[in-house]
Design a protein around this ligand. Structure first.
Ligand code: ATP
Length: 599
């Protein structure tokens, strides 16, 4: 039991130290301001305890007007000085607190951007992200933890002084105060445990609520919601989510209310004990009226100080529980590992897929089964198959987003996992059907990090010409500097699905990587644009390995190799002619598609 408690304490110290170090890295001044605040608060407390004694002593003693006025002036002056310092520190701490929040946002953003894609798709990681960010955004966890640490420091100084004062009067009185404080701490601890459980449950509700809410406001969902009359279903899900979170809130409120009531009763009992004891001391002339006031203040400050230390500690523990999730998220290794070997640029990036099996994390069934294939530079490879056959999954493995469950993929003679990820993905230009454009300018979207470079306007012009968008973009008021989409600015430009896809293809061609992957890249294009883009791709990728996934089997005719995926396996492979002669599934599907076109 004791060792578990010690282990818990050790854990909390590690967490607190970690966050203190992170905070100091973001803002060096924050800890300095908050320490100064704690020291000023100590002075304030001593002033509250001692000041009345001096006045009352003089009032009940010699009653010298000048002395009384001097004491009052000194107290007011000192109090004013302390308040000014506290106000000054408060404003500084608030500013630094904002800086720290932003710093943590940036930190978490970097962690997520560096995370392997498989983690970003993982619902458990999404919940962990929610749980990690919730306390920082909604609970002010960092500030509360640091406040707690410095409150403990402050109260510790105060308590040692008061404990000495009260022990001289009567050690038993101190013991009684200690017992009541401990009872209250237990109740507070119970409150905090319930609050933690509640907030953990709330993160789950929040994740669902955000998703459902998004379906009501996101334009891309909006179309389907209206067309398929799904609004009742979505609203029903929001209602049930809200109902569950309200029920959890009521439960929390009931427990907190009961505990807070008991804490108040204990506090009243404590006040009664101290009043009775000090009154007895005054009646028996053991202490003066001024001493009565001073001891009364000291006793109040002692119990409130001790409660504060213990509740601060509980608060720190609770914040540590919250922040553990943040540390768990931080501990997820980034996609790249720096000691990985470099790509040998002199070697041709031949891809050899050797007996690869794959299932998604936490899934039972293999999505890819015993895939083996070699792909050489300059080859045009078409991957086809019915929905769900595993085509995109295969691409995700090639890109190193996921590692095979069994088998290995070699590129330029080395397993993918031995490469530095950032360097490895430079080999690929990829266009997915749902590739994203950002709400940035057209130029930034096309060039990304290269948009700062000199001559970037010329480069953008060339890209736009290649994808037949030059005239259209030039006709816009701000040309290639026009902001895309209206999310951030009403003046943003909204392109059609096909135009967006042309820009995505332009971005991929500009990257000029050795391997081009097109996953249904031209599915949103009209026949004229599709032919244009196909020609552009053909003209720009002569020496490159091009892998394209398409449901239009006619596109396979120009491929050097067609891989027909069926239930996660390469069921047929060869060129179009060979597969037609084989006269199996591919040939049947091809004929079916041709008949449909003719019909
Ligand atoms: N992130 C994921 N987690 C778990 N299963 C997944 C995930 N992504 C895809 N799957 C499953 O893997 C299987 C293959 O999906 P994949 O997207 O690779 O098929 P596809 O051949 O590209 O299909 P389509 O032609 O419809 O695009 C599907 O059954 C799908 O449900």
């Amino acid at each position: 039991m004791v060792s578990t408690a010690l282990q818990g304490l050790k854990n909390d110290i590690i967490i607190a130290k970690h966050f203190l170090a992170l905070v100091t890295k973001i803002s060096k001044l924050y800890t300095a301001y908050i320490t100064l605040y704690a020291i000023v608060n100590c002075f304030d407390t001593f002033l509250i305890i001692m000041a009345p004694k001096f006045i009352i002593d003089e009032l009940l003693g010699e009653q010298r007007l000048t002395v009384i006025l001097t004491i009052i002036a000194a107290i007011i002056g000192l109090k004013f000085f302390l308040v000014c310092i506290k106000d000054f520190l408060d404003s500084k701490i608030n500013v630094e607190n904002l800086r720290i929040k932003e710093g943590f946002n940036l930190h978490i953003g970097n962690i997520i951007m560096d995370m392997p894609i498989e983690n970003i798709e993982d619902p458990k990681i999404l919940t962990l992200k929610k749980k990690a960010m919730f306390p920082i955004h909604d609970q002010d966890a960092i500030k509360r933890m640091l406040d707690g640490l410095f409150r403990i420091l402050q109260q510790f100084i105060v308590l040692i002084t008061i404990a000495g004062l009260l022990s001289i009067l009567n050690p038993l009185l101190m013991l009684a105060l200690l017992v009541i404080v401990l009872l209250n701490v237990r109740l507070l601890k119970n409150n905090q445990k319930n609050l933690y459980d509640f907030n953990s449950a709330l993160a789950e509700f929040d994740k669902k609520f955000d998703y459902y809410q998004n379906t009501t406001t996101d334009y891309s969902f909006g179309k389907d919601v209206r067309l398929y009359d799904a609004s009742n279903l979505v609203i029903g899900k929001i209602h049930s989510c809200v109902k569950s979170s309200i029920a959890a809130f009521f439960k929390l409120d009931r427990i907190q209310g009961r505990n807070n009531g008991l804490i108040n009763v204990n506090l009243q009992i404590q006040t009664l004990i101290v009043y009775l004891y000090l009154a007895y001391k005054v009646v028996t002339k053991s202490i003066s009226i001024a001493d009565f006031t001073m001891y009364m203040n000291a006793a109040n400050k002692f119990s409130s100080g001790l409660s504060d230390i213990l509740s601060s500690y509980n608060e720190i523990r609770q914040m540590c529980r919250y922040l553990e999730n943040y540390m768990k998220l931080e501990s997820i290794p980034a996609q790249k590992c720096s000691e990985s070997s470099s790509l040998d640029m002199k070697r041709e990036p031949v891809i050899e897929v050797r007996n690869v099996w794959f299932k998604y994390p936490r899934s039972h069934d293999y999505i890819l089964k015993n895939i083996s294939i070699t792909m050489n530079p300059g080859e045009k490879i078409s991957i086809v198959g019915l929905n769900g056959a595993g085509k995109t999954t295969f691409i995700k493995l090639l890109l190193g987003f996921y590692e095979p469950s069994k088998g290995e993929i070699y590129v330029a003679g080395k397993p993918i996992k031995e490469y530095n990820f950032e360097e490895y993905v430079r080999l690929f230009s990829v266009v997915f059907q749902d590739s994203k454009l950002f709400s940035f300018s057209i130029k930034e979207n096309l060039l990304l990090n290269d948009h700062y470079h000199a001559g970037s306007n010329q480069v953008v012009g060339d890209i736009l010409k290649r994808v037949s968008m030059y005239d259209y973009v030039n006709s816009l008021n701000n040309g290639a500097d026009s902001l895309m989409f209206k999310m951030l600015d009403d003046g943003g430009v909204e392109f059609s699905g096909g135009q967006n896809q042309k820009l995505v293809v332009g971005r991929a061609l500009h990257k000029n990587a050795s391997i081009l992957i097109l996953d249904e890249a031209t599915s949103a294009l009209d026949p004229v644009s599709e032919k244009e883009i196909d020609d552009i791709i053909d003209a720009n990728t002569q020496d490159k390995l091009v892998i394209f996934i398409s449901h239009k089997l006619s596109s396979c005719q120009k491929a050097d190799k067609v891989l027909f995926f069926q239930d996660g396996e390469i069921a047929e492979s060869g060129n179009h002619k060979e597969l037609m002669e084989l006269n199996r599934e591919y040939a049947a599907l091809y004929r079916l598609q041709m008949e449909n076109y003719i019909a």
